[in-house]
Design a protein around this ligand. Sequence first.
Ligand SMILES: Cc1ncc(COP(=O)(O)O)c(C=O)c1O
Length: 405
Amino acid sequence: MKTISEIRKDFPILAEKVHNKPLVYLDNGATSQKPKIVIDAISEYYTTYNSNIHRGVHHLSQVATTAYEDARKKIQSFINAKHAHEVIFTKGTTDGINLVANCLGRSYINSGDEVIISAMEHHSNIVPWQMMCEERGAILKVIPINKAGELIYESFLELLSEKTKIVAITHISNTLGTINPIKKIIKDAHQAGAQVLIDAAQSVPHTPLDVIDLDCDYLVTSGHKMFGPSGIGFLYGKESILDALPPYQGGGDMIKEVSFEKTTYNSLPHKLEAGTPNISGGIALGFAIDYINEIGYDFIQKQEKDLLDYATQELSKIEGYIPIGTAKHKASVISFLMEGTHPFDIGTIIDQLGIAVRTGHHCTQPLMRFYDIPGTIRASFAFYNTKEEIDTLVNGVKRAVRMLS
Ligand SMILES: Cc1ncc(COP(=O)(O)O)c(C=O)c1O
């Protein structure tokens, strides 16, 4: 098993300096850093076998196709999907949700139908449903949360009815770190006859997922949050459900036969993957999965829990510390405010110390409205972070507060 210092060496960027200070990267919720094997996979593709996939008989095209389809198989086994063709490559979580909202809207949603989301969703899991509901005359319902940032489960059960067509919910809140009880949500939604989409953008880097055990209908995530490249992600969908969807976009690869009179469509996964994809991104995502498997979720979860507990304890000692999101089940994300200061000011001052945290609304404006705050300071940890980095954060925040008071 690798030590933390060996792991950190796998991520070249962690040795960088920012404003002449060692980088302290605590913005993993926005995007994770990339291990060298992921960076090298992209370089190797363009250096040695760059070629378009699925349509060439020549050697390079076949090598590229095999590598891309191998990555699909790695994702399949990573999430325990039954079939590789249940994995659809997308640009990321946003793209996956738009795909489902668009295709489902056109084929399955009628006037008066209902879609349920929650009050803690990222804009990506709000706006596509709003757009679809507007077009189809459907109604968007929102599960409320309590002040700790947990779903009010009884309200969810009250919202569910035979009108509910889909429940689209985040597994882990990017702003609050709340871990939602998705298995229970899926079971209750299915009992009401609704489909369920899980936004796993924040969960895949932290927790193993088994789509058969969860029994979710769709699951979406982004490569860049799980140590892979940006511009690539995937949608998982049950075979029968994806088969029933109409194509998302029209173009190359998604067709069986085209004539001016009528076009017939390809089978899964190609039906939902029009055009030349992000080939190097898909291949490198497969390497990111290899890396996660090498480190192992046992190690990841233990390390992140230690970091979360330590950071919560140390930040709580600072006078004026106001945590936002104190759910019982939390991932390694801490959102907070410092009394009498603006989050942007704290973020800007600690940036000068080499500390990268996120400040603002984190693409969850309705959540900010619920707490009646302009934004938060968010520190989000990955398994490569250390307690020393948390000490640097705590000292930086103290210093910023002193400067601002
Ligand atoms: C919970 C959640 N959903 C969706 C997204 C959107 O992901 P992407 O921008 O990679 O499509 C994010 C990104 O921060 C997120 O945290």
